[in-house]
Ligand binder design. Structure first.
Ligand code: ADP
Ligand code: MG
Length: 714
């Protein structure tokens, strides 16, 4: 079966019919081989190879081009090439050194004779008997006689093709137990199954995008005849993943839009004009742009589905409040959901301050509220009175009935599961209309990733910090110099500033972490920081205890806040200018960046000290990146490099599947194409009811499993 040139030629005529119909069940069978091989395959990382299909999807990561097969007589000294020759005689060459074994074989091809030499492979003397035809990859040594030092070789039986030494030879990621060479042999025996994976792309799409058949792509990825074949083939495999993903995302988006209309909120009115005029600052260009984008969405009667992305401190709250007030000025309600009580409280205070002079009611709803307050809050929310509601997960509980929810904002949206975000969306008004939704995140997501992971959302980016910020000075300090750090802290406290101490992450449990934070605070109070006002904040404290601590810190009565990562997001105390992160090497880059965002919020010069003696290269690279830059997007790129894409994707929680072939950082254009094609496909078959669509759905389920449940569910 030839695959040469399929990328061009095959497309002009009618597509070749597969030799046999696909038999997908064959792909589910275990790969052939003994138990040792199978367990070696199952132990492969990052992805175990448990089935024939897994093995075929394990495509080479590079290729050796051995198409330079030469005749012995043409080989020049120093040149590396492959020759195909017949063994005439073979022997051990005598050497003086006992631990050095040299095997030499006299060989010939139709151009002449030569000598092939192997080191330390005594067994070859028995294996390569005279008359054996071999293909040898090696380098010609010296200038007298054709002596070839062998790098690899294989025995060619009658009519057999050279797998390891001729043509373009695939190189696989293997393991100690299963080498690349072993995989090459294994795959070669399974190529007959290349046609067993169903071809999910409709013929017209395939031809429009000049993509090969799936079967041909699988064959060519493993056994290309030209380097270009492999590239085209891998492009097709990556396209399949991105396309199926986009079909799911676009459909989800359209379902949301189609399920319920939203109310058009028309043009911005008098209330938001007063709001903007009364702001204590000029909105940044980025903030204004985001507000205009939101206005455009709100004018439509399809629900807004927008992601507002902005680094810590970029001023997302002001934009969120704008969107919430757009609801209020149309006699509707706006709700903001935050992932923690600390954050919800923070938002409540901030939003109340912004709304006070506007005469807008702000209601809080969290789980830690006294029952009476809670009942009262539920009542006002249900009454439909125009207002802003601020809360936590408490907002999506059954007991909560919104009398007129028009705009919902989800802060730090990646910390909620898909289900929770959906529940808020479904808290629609009683007449069945859906709210406009603004998702916010401070986790900077590289653009390409956003397209793939949040393909069902429109994106606004706050890529500009408000003016007047002095960038936080970040230092990596070894633990041995801890004393100097606290001496510096005391000087700053004496000048009237405040500080954070972030306690190390404790893997065992949140309770252990809380205990560690408490004992650290006690230690500091008795030692380095004796005589200063210290308070502790951790996730095990009931919200009712946390709130007053935050309040006292904000008012400056507490000078040093010793905390776990509960202060990660949203806490805003401009007078806090120093953050010391203990055992900083234990934190992830995104987390460190979020933590650092707590300082540098005022006019004073601010500092972040990373106390650590990093033990691994990765940890050192993370901390080094933190010292080098405060740009969240740059850090996100570093993080993407260090951790790979899988973990970043996991940020969407049950969201996005593991991609085998597509690389989000590399395949941006392909992702855009896939999205366009997905839209086109859904235009033609909105319900995904055609046989072609059914095939896509089942293939998506096979590839992505439960991760892509939104493909089939509303
Ligand atoms: P984040 O995007 O991290 O949620 P916030 O909304 O908490 O950021 O804003 C951080 C700080 O910046 C707040 O104190 C806020 O009042 C202030 N701020 C927001 N926008 C501006 C602006 N355009 N000019 C000056 N300060 C601003
Ligand atoms: Mg915020």
């Amino acid at each position: 079966m030839t695959v040469r040139g399929f990328a061009g030629a095959a497309l002009d005529g009618p597509p070749p019919e597969p030799a046999t119909a696909p038999r997908p069940s064959h792909l589910e069978e275990p790969p052939p081989g003994d138990k040792r091989l199978r367990s070696g395959l199952a132990a492969m990382r990052p992805r175990p190879l448990r089935t024939v299909g897994d093995v075929l999807e394990h495509v080479p990561f590079r290729y050796e081009d051995y198409r330079d097969a030469m005749r012995i007589a043409d080989l020049r000294p120093g040149e590396q090439a492959t020759i195909v020759c017949t063994v005439d005689s073979i022997r051990m060459r005598p050497t003086r050194r006992r631990n050095l074994a040299i095997v030499e074989a006299r060989v010939h091809d139709d151009s002449g004779a030569g000598l092939v030499v192997w080191f330390n492979q005594r067994y070859l003397v028995k294996q390569l008997t005279p008359g054996t035809v071999i293909s040898v990859r090696g380098e010609r040594r010296g200038s007298i006689g054709a002596e070839i030092s062998a790098r690899s070789h294989e025995v060619l039986g009658e009519g057999a093709e050279a797998l390891h030494t001729l043509g373009i030879v695939p190189v696989y990621h293997g393991s100690e137990a299963v080498t690349s060479r072993r995989l090459r042999t294994l795959v070669d025996g399974l190529l007959g199954h290349a046609g067993d994976a169903p071809d999910v792309l409709p013929a017209d799409l395939r031809q429009r995008r000049r993509l090969p058949l799936r079967r041909d792509a699988t064959l060519a990825a493993h056994r290309p005849e030209e380097p270009g074949d492999a590239r085209t083939a891998k492009g097709r495999l990556a396209f399949d993943e991105l396309f199926l993903l986009q079909v799911g995302l676009v459909r989800h988006r359209r379902l949301l839009e189609g399920m319920a209309a939203a109310r058009s909120l028309g043009k911005p009115g008098e209330l938001v004009t007063r709001y903007l005029e009364g702001l204590p600052f000029e909105p940044t260009k980025a903030q204004s742009r985001a507000m205009r984008e939101i206005d455009r969405d709100l004018a439509k009667d399809v629900p807004m589905q927008r992601l507002l992305q902005g680094d810590v401190g970029s001023g997302k709250t002001a934009v969120a409040v704008y969107a919430l007030l757009r609801a209020v000025e149309r006699d509707g309600q706006g709700a903001l959901m935050a992932p923690t009580e600390t954050l919800a409280t923070q938002h409540l205070l901030g939003i109340s301050a912004l709304c006070e002079r506007l005469g807008v009611r702000v209601t809080q709803l969290v789980n830690g509220m006294p029952a009476r307050e809670r009942r009262a809050a539920l009542g006002v929310i249900e009454s439909g009175e125009p207002q802003i509601v601020v809360g936590t997960h408490a907002l999506i509980q059954d007991a909560v009935v919104f009398g007129g929810l028009e705009v919902a904002v989800v802060d730090e949206q990646h910390r909620f599961g898909v289900e929770q975000r959906r529940a808020l969306e479904e808290k629609a008004r009683s007449d069945g209309r859906a709210p406009h939704v603004l998702h916010m995140t401070a986790t900077p997501i590289p653009r390409t990733l956003a397209l793939t992971v949040y393909g069902d959302l429109d994106v606004s980016v706050l890529d500009e910090l408000p003016p007047g910020r002095t960038p936080v000075v970040t230092r990596l300090v070894p633990r041995a110099r801890r004393d100097e750090v606290f001496a510096r802290m005391r000087r700053l406290l004496d000048e009237g500033r405040q500080a954070y101490v972030v306690c190390p992450l404790v893997a065992e449990s949140a309770a252990a972490e809380a205990t560690a934070a408490e004992s650290e605070a006690a230690r500091l109070a008795a030692g380095e920081l004796s005589g200063y006002q210290i308070a502790v904040l951790h996730g095990q404290m009931p919200p009712a205890d946390r709130r007053p601590v935050m309040e006292r810190f904000r008012r400056g009565e507490v000078q040093v806040l010793v905390a776990t990562t509960v202060i990660e997001v949203g806490v805003d105390v401009p007078n806090a200018v120093l953050m010391v992160i203990e055992e900083a090497d234990r934190f992830g880059l995104a987390q460190l960046h979020q933590l650092r965002g707590r300082v540098g919020r005022g006019a004073h010069e601010s500092y972040c000290v990373l106390l650590a003696d990093p033990a691994t290269d990765d940890a050192a690279a993370r901390l080094e990146a933190m010292v080098r830059t405060t740009d969240g997007f740059e850090l996100a790129e570093v993080d993407l490099e260090l951790r790979g894409e899988g973990t970043l994707l996991a940020a969407r929680q049950s969201g996005v599947p593991d991609l085998r072939h597509a690389r989000i950082s590399r395949d941006r254009r392909l992702a855009i194409t896939a999205r366009r094609e997905a839209q086109r496909h859904l235009d033609a078959d909105p319900e995904l009811s055609s046989p072609a669509s059914q095939l896509m759905a089942s293939e998506a389920r096979r590839l992505f499993g439960a991760d892509i449940d939104w493909l089939t569910r509303a």
